[in-house]
Structures are given as structure tokens and as C-alpha cells.
Design a protein around this ligand. Structure first.
Ligand SMILES: [Zn+2]
Length: 417
């Protein structure tokens, strides 16, 4: 009985991670978390040069400094050229709205200068892109699909608006599907070229992902036809992301019309206005979920049912090696997909009874259990630090690990000799 409750402590960390794991914000990147590195010594790779890296950042930032200022914020772009990380991040520190751009991503053989600009625009999109946003502590941030959509419909078009886009795309070898769609949606050659340029930037970043993950190459004529029932906040599959860039380039709403900060149908092409072309892709976006991406979870007002052992909410045991089979049933909570089981420190009671957050004072730790109904076999000798009286309680989480119910009344285990 000397083991500390190691398992639950480990999983406590996992819980915090899982609240953040779906994000490109607060420590996650343009790509999902990865160990890819392209150190600065790898100069032979294609990628872009340090001069291009800085020029692109200067150009995009020049357009967005005043826009951030108009929102009472300061755009801070951290230029991490010598860092080999193949990613980019967005985060906030007070009124500093930060974007971190890494040299490793810029050095990848598939990245083009336009692809790099797209990544920067995606990160800016986390700050400015409107709904749908992440839930919880990252609620300031547009979700991944939305940041992609912002990049394609607003940011790239803004920063490239003064360029000779026909000249720029003339040497690119535009795939026929991209060329024909851009030509049919846009009336004049400049806009058509802009649309193609946006699509090609998306192809650069998604090809990079395919290479890094040794996957099939994305293509404009191989749309991801998956339809989600609920908006996905985390990184969509890369073909789905390419589809977003492609369609974003086709959307004819002006780039200066800001995307709604609470209404997803403002400043966008959307199905509510019968605009399928140019709208957010259904492989990550569900228009029916609140019309605005991830639906807010129902307020966690209901108290969860208490775990039981053989129908009892309190048991006594004098054998720490005998498992305690706790029956948990939160299947009645709408939308629940997993359960948090929290234990108290010995001989204490939870300081926030029926709360919806872990006990900051008397928690021993907690586990997340997939599913909403079943038996959790607690082995006191392995999982509890000592003899004593323990409380256990549960609450329900949805698929995005958002809290759906308040903690139950405690189940009490009296472990005594
Ligand atoms: Zn992101």
C-alpha cells in the first residue's frame, strides 16, 4: 500500500493534455503534434530561404498589424528560423497575439513561398477567423478548419491583392480541376489567377504533410467526401484541408468582409445562402450543429448518477488486493462518450461537491474512461496510497472532452484493517 496513485496522476496529466490536444493553439501547431525536425544545417533541401522567410512575414504582418491594433491587440510574429521544428503556432499573452513561425517548416522540400504564407495566414486565422472556435480555455481561437478557411478566403487574398497573380501562376503548372473551377467561379483573369494561386499554396502545405506522414498525395480531384455529424475542431485530414483551401479560393465574398465572430454565415460562402461552392467543407464542418460549428455543450447542471458496488454507494473492505468493481452508468447523459472518475485523498471529502471541475484541494487524481457504462475495477493496493476512507465520483465528457454533467454524489470506500 505504499504505491502512490501513479496511474491516476499520469492520467490526470492526460486529461489536461486532452483538453488541449486537439488544438493548434496553446502549444499545438499548423500540423498535428509531431517530432519532425529539419535543422538549419540542411541547406540543400528546397524549401524557402531565410530572406524569403523574412520577406513573407514582413509582407503579411504589414497587412495585419493595423487590423490587430483595431482589436486592441498587437500582432507578434516570432521568427524562429534556426529552429528545426516543422510547425507553426498561435498563442496569446494578454494583448500580445502571437504567431510562432519555425525554420524547419520553411526548409521542407515541399514548401513554397506561397505555402509558407498560407501557414502564416492560418495562424493569424486562429486569432481573427471567427467561428467556429475551440471550446474551453482556447475559446479565443478559431478552430483548425476555420483557420484554414480564413487563410484561403480572407488572408491570402488580402496579402496578394496587389500582386501580378496571372504572371505568378503562369509558371506553376496548374492542375486542370483547379484551373477549370477557378475559371468558372470567377469572371476575370486576375481573380481566376488568385484562386489558382490559393489552391496551389494549399497543395504545397498538404503535400508536405503527405510526405512527412508517408501518405497518399492530396489532389484537387479527390475530394474527401466524409461528412461529420459534429464539427471537428482539431486538424482535419490533409485531403480535407486541401478541399477547404480549394473551395475557399472559389468563394467570391470579398476578403474585406470580416467573418462572423458568432455567426458563421457572415462574411462567408455558406449553405444557408445556398452557396455550396466556396463553403466550409463537410469533412470537418457540420452546419447543423448550432449553425456555428461545435455546438455549445449543455450547461452541466445535472448531477451524474453515483457509482455503485453491488447497488451500494458505500462499501467497506479490509483486503487491498481485492478489486472494487465500481459500476458506472452515465449513458443517460446526452452526447456523453467518456467518463471522468475522480478519487479523493484519504480521509477527506471533495471540497467542491457536485462541481464540474476536478477538486483543487482534495483530489488524489482522476482517470478518463472511454464509454459511459461499465464496471471499473479499482485495485486499492495498486491505486491508493494508504488505508483510509476514500470518495469517488464521476462526470460525463463529450467527444471533444468537454464537461457535460456535474460530478455525482460520492461513492465511499472505507478501506480499513
Ligand atoms: Zn492551427
Amino acid at each position: 500500500m505504499t504505491h502512490y496513485l501513479r496511474m491516476t496522476i499520469t492520467i490526470f496529466v492526460t486529461l489536461i493534455f486532452s483538453y488541449q490536444s486537439s488544438s493548434c493553439v496553446g502549444g499545438k501547431g499548423f500540423f498535428p503534434k509531431n517530432n519532425w525536425r529539419i535543422p538549419i544545417e540542411h541547406k540543400a533541401l528546397n524549401g524557402i530561404t531565410e530572406i524569403q522567410f523574412n520577406d513573407i512575414i514582413d509582407n503579411v504582418a504589414n497587412f495585419y498589424h493595423p487590423i490587430f491594433q483595431s482589436k486592441g491587440a498587437q500582432l507578434v510574429v516570432e521568427r524562429l528560423w534556426s529552429d528545426g521544428t516543422v510547425n507553426a503556432f498561435a498563442t496569446r499573452k494578454g494583448s500580445q497575439w502571437i504567431v510562432q513561425m519555425y525554420g524547419g517548416l520553411a526548409r521542407h522540400g515541399e514548401i513554397t513561398s506561397d505555402g509558407f504564407a498560407l501557414v502564416l495566414c492560418h495562424e493569424i486565422g486562429h486569432h481573427l477567423g471567427g467561428v467556429p472556435r475551440y471550446p474551453g480555455q482556447n475559446g479565443w481561437a478559431s478552430n483548425e478548419g476555420q483557420s484554414d478557411y480564413f487563410a484561403a478566403t480572407k488572408c491570402l487574398r488580402r496579402v496578394w491583392s496587389g500582386d501580378d497573380n496571372q504572371q505568378i501562376v503562369s509558371g506553376m503548372g496548374i492542375p486542370s480541376t483547379l484551373k477549370s473551377k477557378c475559371s468558372s467561379e470567377w469572371g476575370n483573369a486576375d481573380d481566376q489567377a488568385m484562386c489558382m494561386r490559393i489552391g496551389m499554396a494549399g497543395l504545397s502545405t498538404t503535400r508536405m504533410f503527405a510526405v512527412l506522414s508517408a501518405g497518399r498525395m492530396p489532389a484537387f480531384d479527390e475530394a474527401d467526401n466524409t461528412q461529420v455529424n459534429q464539427t471537428v475542431d482539431s486538424h482535419p485530414p490533409y485531403q480535407c484541408r486541401l478541399d477547404t483551401y480549394f473551395q475557399g479560393g472559389l468563394c467570391t465574398v470579398d476578403y474585406s468582409e470580416e467573418i462572423g465572430q458568432s455567426n458563421p454565415n457572415i462574411g462567408t460562402c455558406n449553405r444557408a445562402s445556398n452557396q455550396e461552392v466556396g463553403s466550409r467543407r463537410l469533412c470537418w464542418y457540420s452546419p447543423s450543429s448550432n449553425g456555428g460549428g461545435t455546438p455549445p455543450p449543455p450547461p452541466p447542471t445535472g448531477t451524474s448518477p453515483t457509482p455503485t458496488v453491488k447497488g451500494q454507494t458505500q462499501v467497506t473492505s479490509n483486503n487491498p488486493n481485492m478489486p472494487i468493481p465500481m459500476s458506472i452508468d452515465l449513458s443517460g447523459v446526452n452526447g456523453a462518450t467518456s467518463v471522468v472518475l475522480e478519487a479523493s485523498k484519504p480521509n477527506t471529502s471533495f471540497s467542491n461537491p457536485n462541481g464540474s471541475a476536478p477538486d483543487p484541494v482534495n483530489s488524489l487524481g482522476h482517470v478518463i474512461i472511454n464509454g459511459t457504462r461499465g464496471v471499473y475495477n479499482l485495485l486499492p493496493a495498486r491505486q491508493l496510497p494508504n488505508w483510509g476512507r476514500y470518495e469517488f465520483r464521476v462526470l460525463a465528457l463529450d467527444r471533444n472532452k468537454r464537461v457535460l454533467s456535474n460530478f455525482s454524489q460520492p461513492f465511499i470506500l472505507d478501506l480499513s484493517r
